[in-house]
Design a protein around this ligand. Sequence first.
Ligand code: NAI
Ligand code: MG
Length: 796
Amino acid sequence: MSIKEIYQTMEYGPAPESNKESTAFLDSHKRKFQLFINGKWTKSSSGEYFDSISPATTEKLAQVAEANEKDVDDAVKAAKKALKSWVELGGHGRARYLYAIARQIQKNSRNFAVLESMDNGKPIRETRDIDIPLVARHFYHHAGWAQLMDSEMKEYKEIGVIGQIIPWNFPMLMLSWKIAPALAMGNTVVLKPAEFTSLTALLFADICKQVGLPDGVVNIITGHGATGAALVNHPDVSKIAFTGSTEVGKIIRRATAGTGKKISLELGGKSPFIVFEDADLDSVVEGVVDAIWFNQGQVCCAGSRLLVQESVAEKLYKKIRARMETLRVGNSLDKSIDIGAIVAPVQLKTIEDLVQQGKDEGNICWQPSWACPTEGYFYPPTLFTNVSPSSTIAQEEIFGPVLVAMSFRSHSEAVKLANNTRYGLASSIWTENINLALDIAPQIKAGTVWINCTNVFDAAAGFGGYRESGFGREGGKEGLYEYVKHKAESEFTDTPAKIKSHDPGENKIDKKSLPAIDRTPKLFIGGKQARPDGGNSIIIKDAFNNHISEVPKGNRKDIRNAVEAAHAGMSWSGMTGHARAQVLYYIAENLAVRAKEFTDRIVQMTNVSKAEAEKEVNASIERMYTYAAWADKYDGHVHHTTQRNVTLAMPERIGVMGIICPEEHPLLGFISTVIPAITTGNNVVVIPSEAAPLSATDFYQILETSDVPAGTINIVTGVKDELTNEMAKHDDIDGIWYFGTAEGSKNVELLSTENLKRTWVNYGKYRNWYDKTQAEGQEFLRHATEIKNIWVPYGA
Ligand code: NAI
Ligand code: MG
């Protein structure tokens, strides 16, 4: 074509990126990759290999070893062996390695970008300008956290060997999100890349060798789902970090239940992209391109649901269609394409099927007039309009370049539509009105809110979901907690601490101060005393087998009513920290007034000495003060992210939480668990000590006189295991704390899988409830919150 002709047609010519270095890398391994275990390339004991394909050309790039259980075991052993000296190396030593890795990634950035683009099918423009720079940034940032661990994470230590399983959509970026914080905090890792995209992880293994990373600190094992499962189930793995489908996330939740393995899950999404009528529509169009056509829409936080205010909807759709017509789909190594290839035929088929279903359900589908290349796995950008919120394509993650659009009239309808999903990963809000944006941001149940921007990421900001998008955060200081454990955990014991028993002759209970027997304790639901649904009671006896009282035997329906009441009573969560503090002080004050009665009650139920019971009541009052103090001080952060944003990391309430109190310390155990949960604005349903529930049922009288809004604290007495299981299964409970047996802990983790509740259980270990490092403070508040990162343009 002559230059004159080019000027006439303005056609793009191909602008291919050279793949010379990546080819040389593949050839240096004879296009047959082994496993990276203990610093060495190791043949898999299965002797099996699978192909890695370039989805843009269908060319076979290399063969990759399939790791089996034995290989996983070897890798975990290597990581375990490397752990001690990696920890002893200290923060500064680890910082040096992480820094060296960051430098090497920068020095090899083109090779990484090209290889990633070839193996995954994503445009070289993206890997070159987004993925790989962010990978380097992640290692730099976490070199810093390694350096600062001793001073900034004093109360925490490493977890041990971490199993990490990553997906194919951002192979290197997900590797860095996993490996950098884990190593910084002193852990060693075994990482399994996704079967479609192993190659950059193997190039990374070469980098680990180059920088002289001690053997076994990083192990890379390639393989399919079964390899991942073997890693999940290995007894010497102390934590699993997973990014991928919600389905596999749930498998991992079930597989690890009760084992004490920590898990973090970063799963799917169906994130809303909300456009208000005053938004700058031309910016919105470019935002939409980044939201859903970046990485072919294979993005967990893709803005895949476009919600537009009705008054501008048709105008916006027209602009989007015009822009779609100009998008270019093609070979991922061509620098002038916008959209690359879908990772594999199976993913392409999923997209095609869902689009067909969208059409069958009567939604209006639009695609550009041009056709995709036929060689390679391509799919055109696709827009559905007038989509009904209940249709499959509005609810299911498509994980492809398919945008579904629907309109709203009022702001409250926008919020309702946005939250009408089982996911809660991300969202973006488009308006020129900062007041409106900041009014909507806290109302969206999503871990990330982007204001007038979308799909921006940075190592300094946490990323992660609510609900079925999983739990845990990656990035930012909040992400570090996924890779550490509190030092106090090592002080927990297998049996409760011995406390001095009451000698029946020694201190007489003042019978007069006890409530009369006929003041029947009831359930406490929605601010009212309630009779149990089943009409049954449980007899409560003292240590000498004397009948003290009866309490209601709660059942499934009582739990259901309590959860409903907790959802209905929203005024507590709307209060300021200052206002909540006032109420907490008031509760403490009223408890102090009735200290004697509560003391006697503890003596009566648990047979401890009077001095011991007084100590418990006083400790409870003091603990109330601690949380009243924290109520207006548990602040967030402003993260200094790199893209001209201020990123507000806000601790948010989890929602409605179930609290299963410890058996021991009927009052202190109740206060120490219930109060931190409500301090951060959660509403709770509480199951008190089964054998000694009367401190809790006495306590609701205090709640009634302390300005606690109805529905904030709901109390259901009864058989603990039964009630706990009902709570763990309940889909409208967002989080559960359980302090009980090992078996009970396992059940909570197992039964919480369906809606992926946040769980915090004690695996049958006992903490000393008097010890402040074990039993109060920020560790409790952290478990009572999730961090939402709100990105606001700043100085742009
Ligand atoms: P997947 O969840 O099966 O794969 C993710 C990783 O988990 C891979 O490394 C895989 O080998 C591993 N894995 C698979 N089964 C496992 C098991 N039982 N135990 C341990 N590890 C296991 O996702 P897949 O099949 O590649 O994609 C299916 C759908 O998942 C996509 O269409 C998309 O909707 C969603 N997805 C979401 C991602 C995200 O970033 N949140 C990433 C990838 C997929
Ligand atoms: Mg591949």
